[in-house]
Design a protein around this ligand. Sequence first.
Ligand code: ADP
Ligand code: MG
Length: 233
Amino acid sequence: MKTPIMDAYINIENVSKIYQRGDSEFVALSGINLTVQKGEFLSIVGPSGSGKSTLMHLIGAMDKPTDGRISVGGECVTASSTDAIAWRSKMVGFVFQRAFLMPGLSALQNVEVPLISRKYNAEERRRRATLALELVDLFSHLKHRPREMSGGQEQRTALARALVTDPPLLLCDEPTGNLDRESADSVLRLLKLLSKELQKTVIVVTHDPVVAQSSDRTVKLEKGKLVSDSLVN
Ligand code: ADP
Ligand code: MG
């Protein structure tokens, strides 16, 4: 598993992903080469179906490439499925377009969920979840259920849930896609803060030009290929 430490935090080398569809094959990604630095805030843009989510899934070890290799922090993203689960829970926080909160649980209980399988007792879980909700500015909403929160507050709760285990890598797939401008901006401010103040590596798939403009660097996918890579700021 261990490979020599390389310069970049994330190294994606000649990665392709081919999906089997019945008898035919579909090339979702081909020949992707990309490096990402620690603490970088990278946005991934491109038309629908261009392979953005597929790439995120590969980086987050939710799926394996057909070819090529990906390493994060000098560690190869991963051979066996058992390893993948352990690796993910240590390394990656995921945020999706929808918050996927459990409706019967409070914000605090939702954020505690990723800690349940860990060794912390109830008090420690509560302390950590409270801190994560404080970070996303929701200290006043600890006891609120999802239906008692706005879309933006739900999404910030999802962000707190992704952060509560303190992962170095945050993968966000259209995190502001369902939000109004003001809520989207508050999520965006948090993503920037996480990258700049806490040195989290943040990768965001987005259709929102404001998000892309606020990132450090934008890469564009088209038909499974990386077609541009440009520094924003
Ligand atoms: P994007 O996120 O850019 O919209 P995706 O990465 O979700 O694109 O999908 C890229 C292409 O791969 C699409 O054509 C999609 O239909 C196909 N695809 C994604 N997942 C699967 C799968 N599990 N099986 C077959 N085809 C898939
Ligand atoms: Mg997608």
